[in-house]
Structures are given as C-alpha cells and as structure tokens.
Design a protein around this ligand. Structure first.
Ligand code: NDP
Length: 329
C-alpha cells in the first residue's frame, strides 16, 4: 500500500492566491489491478491557467489541477515498463494509479542529457502554445516585427526565440532587469522592463518606431490596450493569456479595442493550444530538435519539494520565475 500526498483547493481564491487556500492531504492508494500502473511524480508544473481554470472547473476540496512528469514504479500493464517516464495530467499528487490510457510516453528521441522537466515547458504545452500561436494565429512571416509580453516566462521565451528562428525582429518585455538581460542574451532584438519604463507607449515606440506586425499577448489589460495602438496596418494579435487580469476581483474597464481594430484593419484571435492537439507531435519534434541543436535555449525556475507547490505557484504569479516554473520532488 502506498500513501500519496495531494494538495487540495481548500478555499476558492479571492484575489491573489494565498498559501492558506491550499491543504496538504494524504490518500491511501489501493493495490494495483491487472492493466494498471503505479506512478511517482518527478517534476510537477505550476502554470497561470490554474488560477482561472480552478475558478471555472473546480470545487473546494478538489485536488489541484496540473501536469507532471512521472516515473513508473510498478506495472501490471505490459505496454509500460517500470522505470519509464511519462507525462500525466493528474494534478498535484506525489503518486497515482493509472491504466496508462491517459499517459503519454516522453518522445523516444529524448536525449539523456536533457532535463525531463522540459516536457512541462519548452518541449511541452507552453512551447507548443508559442509554436502554434505564432504560426497559426499570428501567421508570422520572415522580416516581420513581433512583440511579446511576459517574455521571460515559459511561453514568451519560446515565442521570442521562434520569431528569431523564423527571421523576424522581436521585441519583448518583462518585469525585472535580470529578465531583460536574459532576453537580450537569448537573442531578443529589443527588451525592456515594463515596470520601470516611464511610459509604456514610448518604450514600445522606441523599440520599433514602425510598429508591430504581430503581437503575442500573454498579459492583456492595460499593456494590451497600449500596444494595440502601435500595431501596423493588417497586424495580427494572438490573445494567448491575460495574466494581468486573473486575480482581479473587480473586472478592469476599457479602453476598448474597436477603433484601432477598424482603422488598422487588425485581426485579433483568442486561442487555446489544445486546438492543435492532433499536430502536437509535429510541434514537439520541432521544439526538441531546436533545443538539441542549441537554437532554442531554455531556463527553468526549479522549486524543490512537493510541500512547496503553493509557494511555487504563487511565486510564479508574482513573477518570481525566470523561464518555466516547475517543482522537483
Ligand atoms: P510565465 O512563465 O510567463 O509566468 C507568468 C509570468 O507572468 C510571470 O513570471 C510574470 O512575469 C508575468 N506576470 C504576472 N503578473 C503580471 C502582470 N500583472 N502584468 C504583466 N505580467 C505579469 O507563464 P506561462 O508562460 O506559462 O504563461 C504565460 C501566459 O500564457 C499566461 O497568461 C497563460 O495563461 C497563457 N497561456 C495560454 C495558453 C493557451 O493555450 N492560450 C497555454 C499556456 C499559457 P514578469 O516578471 O514579466 O511580470
């Protein structure tokens, strides 16, 4: 018999999440039946989507939603060998049982030297979000200028590097000078700290006086309201996230988008990465190849210890992460 630790949502978040909104519990797992596997989480992901999705899909007392890289510790299923690593979507748990149908083996071409945690970041859902958002929603073309915010995070850092791989100029912004230095190091043409610039409008204009063809928006709110006015005619805006609004208790008010949308004939499209689920394999192979070739750099903010999951989640929402925020067991 194995005892799993799990984090449950004790109380729905009211504004910014607090550690007291979570509860650590223990669950006795039953013995395995034929066809089942026992898995142990090795790396767990903390992501911004957990904030709005918990509100929409969870009730108090539910185990927190989320994905993990897990190792098979016991198998009564011949398709899965003990010791293999898989991607699971089992929430904040140390151990779990599965029949294997909802698990995804890490690509067989995964090099030994590459951290498996990248399957939660650059070579995982956030990397795919950047890939499909830029390709299918922004419809980016060589020579164009791309703007991305939350640029030093899991999605944003991949957006910027993909834009460079695809021969674009890329402007990024992030919330600390260290993050800005990192963006320049990984090839962003222009980067600035949105928290310290005197005027966001001026900073955007200085970074690209001709404006922007594509805007990959991870933040929404005021940033998006300012940036939309600096789009070029026929520009494309991929509405990926709205992290500046997730913790609002009172909805933010305009300015509204219609005037620049009309006069600049813009396209603005929201998307969820699962739309391209049947093409994920193609995206993962491309991302893995660029990482292995050194064309795509990665950075992770690793928090040690399952007991620190709420802190890692809250820290990520506050911007304490450079690159993908993960928790190592
Ligand atoms: P990140 O790794 O970028 O971490 C979140 C970052 O957001 C923080 O580090 C912080 O960076 C920034 N941030 C927090 N609050 C604010 C704020 N008020 N204003 C501006 N920036 C803020 O997270 P991800 O890369 O995983 O996610 C980025 C965005 O993409 C999120 O909005 C997320 O919901 C969205 N997303 C959407 C998907 C889709 O399918 N549509 C899939 C995956 C993610 P800083 O220091 O720069 O402020």
């Amino acid at each position: 018999m194995v005892t799993a630790k799990v984090w449950v949502l004790k109380k729905h978040f009211d504004g910014f999440p607090k550690t007291s909104d979570f509860d650590l519990k223990e669950i006795e797992l039953p013995n395995l039946k034929d066809g089942e596997l026992l898995l142990e989480s090795v790396f767990l992901s903390v992501d911004p989507y957990m904030r709005p999705y918990s509100q929409r899909d969870m009730k108090e007392g539910d185990i927190m939603i989320g994905t993990q890289v897990a190792r098979i510790v016991e198998s009564k299923n011949s398709a899965f060998a003990v010791g293999a690593f898989v991607l699971g979507n089992k929430g904040w748990r140390t151990h779990f049982i599965s029949d294997g149908k909802d698990l995804q083996l890490l690509p067989s071409s995964w090099p030994e030297s590459l951290p498996r945690s990248l399957a939660l970041g650059t070579v995982g859902m956030p990397g795919l979000t950047a890939y499909f958002g830029l390709l299918k929603v922004c419809k980016v073309k060589p020579g164009e200028t791309v703007l991305v915010n939350a640029a030093a995070g899991a999605v944003g850092s991949v957006v910027g590097q993909l834009a460079k791989i695809w021969s674009c100029k890329v402007v990024g912004c992030a919330g600390s000078d260290d993050k800005v230095a990192y963006l320049k190091k990984i090839g962003f043409d222009e980067a600035f700290n949105y928290k310290t610039v005197k005027s966001l409008d001026e900073a955007l204009r200085k970074a690209s006086p001709d404006g922007y063809d594509c805007f990959f928006d991870n933040v929404g709110g005021e940033f998006a309201s300012v940036a939309i006015n600096q789009m070029k005619k026929y520009g494309r805006i991929a509405v990926c996230g709205a992290i500046s609004q997730y913790n609002d208790t009172v909805p933010q008010k305009g300015p509204y988008v219609q005037i620049p949308m009309i006069f600049k004939e813009l396209q603005m499209e929201g998307f969820i990465v699962s739309r391209w689920k049947n093409q994920w394999e193609e995206g993962l192979q491309a991302l893995l190849k660029w990482v292995v070739e050194g064309k795509m750099k990665y950075q992770e903010q690793v928090t040690e210890g399952f007991e620190n999951m709420p802190m890692a989640f809250i820290g990520m929402l506050k911007g304490e992460n450079l690159g993908k925020a993960v928790v190592k067991m």
